[in-house]
Every structure is written in C-alpha cells, then in structure tokens.
Write a protein that binds this ligand. Structure first.
Ligand SMILES: C[S@@+](CC[C@H](N)C(=O)[O-])C[C@H]1O[C@@H](n2cnc3c(N)ncnc32)[C@H](O)[C@@H]1O
Length: 305
C-alpha cells in the first residue's frame, strides 16, 4: 500500500545510487517507516531478489507492502544479524538505515513526540518497551537530565532546563508534553523558542529509545552480515549520530567485529568498510525546499571490503 502521508523518503535517488541494487540481491531496510525507500528497492529487484524491512514500531507494519519479495520484521535493528540467521540468509548485498522518527510519529498527536500536541509524555517508538519520557522527566537525577539535554539536544542552557524540571516535579507530576513545554519555554529565547523546544523533545526521545546504543550495535551487526562488496547506506539527522557512523566506517573491525582503532592509529587502516561516498552527502536545495525535514540529513555510503 502506498502511504505518502506517513513519511516522505529522504535522499531517495542518492540512496538507490549508493546501494546499487542487484536484481537478485538480498537487501535490508532497517527503518521501514512509510516504506518509501523500501518500495524503490523492490522496484529494482527481480524474481530472485528479496528485501527484509525492519521497524521497531508496529504501526509501520500496517502500511507495509505485501509484495512476495518482501518480509516485514518487527524488531529493533540492533538484532539484524540474529534475524538474518533466523531467515537462513548467508550474506546481505545492501543495508539501508534512515535513522530517527518518521513524520508519522511527529504527526500522531497521541504519542508524545511533538510539542505541537498536548499528549502523554511517552515517546516510545516500540510501545512494548518499558521506559517512557515521563519516567525520565520524573525520575532521572537532575545532573543526568542536564547531560541528556546537552549531549542529545546540544542545548547550551541544559543545566537550567534540568534544574527547572527538577523544581517543578517536586510540586506536581509532569504528565504531558504541554506541561513540560510550559515549564521550559520561559527559559528559551523568543527567536529560538521552537528550535530549542524541538531539541529538548529530541533529547528525551533519543534517551527513551536508547538510540545511540542501538545505532552502535546495529552498525557492528550490519557490517558482520554484509557480503564482500555489499553496501551500507546510513542517513543521520544529528551530529552525534553522524560521528558514530563516520567513525564506524573508518575504524570498524574486520569480520570478527574487533575494534580496529589501534591498527588505524599505528598506520594500518584496515577497516572492514570502505567509504565510497567520500565523506558526507547532503540533500539538494530543491529537496530541502520540498521536504524541510530533510534539512539536517547526512548520508554516508560504505562498501564491505
Ligand atoms: C526516518 S523513519 C524511516 C522512513 C523511511 N525510510 C521511509 O522512507 O518511509 C525511521 C523509522 O525507523 C524506525 N526506527 C528507528 N529506530 C529504530 C530501531 N532501532 N530499530 C528499528 N526501527 C527503528 C522508526 O520507528 C521509524 O519508523
């Protein structure tokens, strides 16, 4: 089923070019979302090809294609190697990951990802996981809250934000996105109010979903299941994510998953991956105009040695 309102795919042509789809190849789209990238991959597959589409949010499954060359996997992408073993796949020709949340998440007023709607402070992509944004806002020590705001939201006023949340939560339960926004807005400058609110919400979302740890584990697992000359394409939306991907491409260990950083420092750069995008690819001005969400996107493409 086509579902254009779920999410507009970012850097679609660049991803397809980078993945260089073989008609009889085996592919994994680790972030199915609205299936925009997946549908383009399937178009390029012949009868013998197959695509595994992962998403930890079951909502993505509702709109998923029923093409016989496609299998939906409701799972965190950190388990990609286990799933490939389960499906008896020996090696994968290409893997795509388009990180973060979809427009569907941000537009769903119930799930608490956006300050545009007053909703319970939830933010879980996988509704079976245990920790919500409410738990973090109410229970995390003030110092840890500040660290999250600083690391994942890149907010200069992280300490003040954490202190204000800690002060309010002593008096009442901060249950909704609207209550949280009311507490932090007075600390934000008028011009940057929306941007900084978005960063506060982003920081909480990254923590709720353990996104950085999942990304690191996924990169190791994905590298281990790629065939020789198999391609890895990753789109990031945050500088920390991009750094993790960049470093993984430079230093990732060989087949056994060893960290190769030492060998690299001592002049033996034998990463399991070769950077074939020669650094980072960014969306065209036209794409940013048509899809403002793509503004912060960065794509890196690597090939397995
Ligand atoms: C940016 S959207 C992908 C959009 C998709 N490329 C498209 O064109 O429609 C990211 C999707 O990945 C999922 N996701 C994020 N982190 C995940 C993880 N660790 N494991 C599995 N799915 C994840 C989210 O639930 C969301 O649906």
């Amino acid at each position: 089923m086509d579902c254009p309102t779920y999410h507009i795919p970012v850097m679609l042509n660049e991803c397809m070019e980078g993945l260089d789809i073989k008609p009889d190849g085996i592919y994994a789209d680790l972030t199915y979302g609205g299936g925009g990238h997946s549908r383009e991959i399937i178009k390029r597959l012949g009868k013998g090809g197959h695509l595994y589409g992962f998403d930890q949010d079951n909502d993505a499954k509702d709109g998923a294609t029923d093409d016989e060359r496609f299998t939906f996997v409701h799972s965190n992408f950190r388990f990609v190697a286990n799933w490939m073993q389960y499906y008896k796949v020996d090696g994968v020709d290409g893997i795509l990951a388009d990180l973060g949340v979809s427009s569907h998440h941000l537009d769903d007023g119930e799930r608490g990802f956006s300050f545009r709607y007053d909703a319970p402070l939830d933010m879980r992509m996988n509704r079976r996981s245990l920790t919500t944004a409410h738990d973090i806002v109410m229970d995390y020590p003030e110092g840890r809250l500040a660290d999250i705001m600083f690391m994942y939201g890149e907010l200069k006023q992280s300490r003040r934000i954490a202190a204000e949340i800690a002060r309010h939560r002593k008096q009442k339960d901060i249950k909704t996105t609207g209550q949280l926004a009311d507490i932090v807005v007075p600390l934000l400058g008028r011009e940057r109010e929306k941007k900084d609110l978005a960063r506060i919400f982003q920081a909480l979302r990254i923590e709720v979903n353990g996104e950085m740890k999942a990304l690191e584990e996924m990169l190791d697992a994905a590298t281990s299941v790629l065939k020789k000359n198999g391609r890895l394409a990753v789109i990031t939306y945050h500088s920390l994510e991009d750094r993790i991907v960049k470093n993984h491409i430079r230093y990732s260990g060989a087949e056994n998953g060893n960290d190769n950083r030492e060998a690299w420092i001592f002049g033996n750069p034998t990463s399991a991956l070769k950077d074939i995008s020669k650094g980072v690819i960014v969306p065209s001005d036209e794409e940013i105009r048509n899809n403002p969400r793509s503004r912060s996107a960065k794509l890196r493409i690597a090939e397995k040695r």
